[in-house]
Design a protein around this ligand. Structure first.
Ligand code: ZN
Length: 60
């Protein structure tokens, strides 16, 4: 048999770590859902203007 190309190599050093993705968290003050990116530590609620930190907010 020929053409049996087995490729199981994975490039582990090719990291996607630096690519941010959006998450939705709830504002701790008014409960509004806010979009925060994974490379951000804080964001401002568009509903009440409260500054929300990711570590103290609930991630849905
Ligand atoms: Zn709010």
């Amino acid at each position: 048999m020929q053409g049996n190309d087995i490729r199981q190599k994975q490039k582990s050093h090719c990291s996607t770590k630096s690519v941010p993705v959006p998450e939705f968290i709830a504002c701790i003050k008014c409960g509004n859902e806010i979009e925060i990116w994974t490379d951000e530590d804080e964001t401002v609620c568009q509903s009440c203007g409260h500054k929300v930190f990711k570590k103290e907010a609930t991630i849905h």
